[in-house]
Design a protein around this ligand. Structure first.
Ligand SMILES: [Zn+2]
Length: 387
């Protein structure tokens, strides 16, 4: 099974892009991770015609005018996906054993175990729906991330079919012969229900990314709040100094008023002291308010900053594709040294093995992280074999 969080792999992105660009009549010269693309002037596309350079690896941060990055999250790939979606917003793909190879997972053929023969017998047709989702993660402030995910789900059993997601992505182009120009014959209510169900599942799958962005946003908010707090602290110190200075001057004035014999000087000093007293009161009340807000932790400012860094996650289905596939049984002939064993498993075209296979000794499930270790005395997994 592929990494659930990254169903759209770099290689699938490159394959998709290559086919789409070729479909537009472009020529591509590949030199490692660098693609030189020439898009013809008459092509019906938003991609500018002429020369274009694509970087598939970790490209330099500074890209020239005709240079683009190409990876699952790059804006260029999303433009291409959008454009391809508009050409074929819904459709129907039929995957059959005639045009697909039997996929035997790696974990069955490790550790000196060979698969000598694999025979698939399709028994019945099944329907799945693949939904292309765009997940936008936004904050009111500067940054924004967009993710693109595909989910494929069997209409009857509602099980998620991760392998089919990849198979689907490899065949989403309108140029592909498998795509029939038939309308989807799944009821709209069923499609709506599937969208409602998978929307949550898709958010769960990108949750680690959402959490990561959320933490980043929280850190930015914390830093901003801290900066504000320090600014207010500085203001408090300034005001306290000013208050002391004013108090000293008022004290001096009071003394000179008492000692003064000149009526004119006295009146002038009284007037000045009145002004300073009023200034002192202003400073004092501002200080008091600041002290109070500091004790409370500046709630209004905090709220304002947190709101600015709050995340908004928007999940929108881009395309819906019905996938017809066959399900049946796969018979595998395993061989290890002189021992051979036959294994019958549920299988679907483009879907892979649909049954769970358990170790006959410890009953743990075999899979990517627990491969088949030996078939000598029965099927035994790596985990209990090493113990
Ligand atoms: Zn075991």
């Amino acid at each position: 099974m592929t990494d659930a969080a990254i169903p759209i792999t770099q290689s699938a992105v490159e394959q998709f892009t290559e086919r789409y660009l070729t479909f537009l009549g472009s020529t591509i010269k590949r030199e490692g991770d660098r693609w030189e693309v020439t898009v013809p002037g008459e092509a019906e596309t938003e991609i500018p015609s002429g020369q274009l350079v694509l970087f598939c690896g970790d490209a330099a941060a500074d890209l020239g005018e005709n240079e683009r990055q190409l990876h699952p999250e790059s804006s260029f790939f999303q433009e291409i996906i959008d454009e391809a979606s508009e050409r074929q917003p819904t459709g129907k793909i039929t995957i059959s054993s005639k045009n697909t190879q039997i996929e035997i997972p790696q974990w069955l053929q490790e550790n000196n175990i060979n698969v000598n023969d694999a025979t698939f017998t399709p028994y019945y047709d099944r329907s799945a729906i693949a939904i292309h989702y765009r997940i936008s993660i936004e904050t009111v402030s500067e940054y924004q991330t967009e993710l693109l995910r595909v989910t494929a789900i069997d209409i009857r059993s509602m099980e998620r079919l991760p392998n089919l997601e990849e198979t689907f992505l490899e065949s989403t182009l309108p140029t592909e012969p498998q795509i029939e120009s038939q309308p989807v014959d799944v009821e709209k209510s069923t499609a709506d229900e599937l969208i409602a169900q998978t929307r949550e599942q898709i958010v769960e799958r990108v949750q680690p990314k959402i959490d990561e962005i959320h933490q980043e946003a929280s850190r930015s908010a914390d830093a901003e709040i801290e900066e504000y707090r320090q600014m207010q602290q500085q203001r408090i110190e300034e005001l306290e100094e000013k208050k002391t200075r004013l108090s000293d001057r008022i004290q001096d004035l009071s003394e000179s008023i008492q000692q003064s014999s000149d009526e004119g000087d006295r009146v002038e000093a009284l007037q000045k002291r009145k002004e300073l007293n009023s200034e002192y009161e202003d400073v004092d009340s501002e200080l008091e308010e600041l002290h109070h807000r500091r004790e409370q932790g500046f709630p209004r400012k905090q709220r304002e900053i947190r709101e600015r860094h709050a995340l908004e996650v928007i999940v929108s289905p881009l395309t819906i594709t019905q996938i017809e596939y066959e399900r049946g049984e796969l018979v595998l002939e395993l061989e290890e040294g002189t021992v051979t064993r036959s294994l019958t498993l549920g299988y679907g075209d483009g879907v892979g093995i649909t049954d769970e296979l358990d170790c006959e000794f410890c009953h743990q499930t075999l899979g990517e992280h627990n491969s088949l270790r030996t078939i000598q005395e029965g099927l035994q997994c790596s985990q209990c074999y090493s113990n």
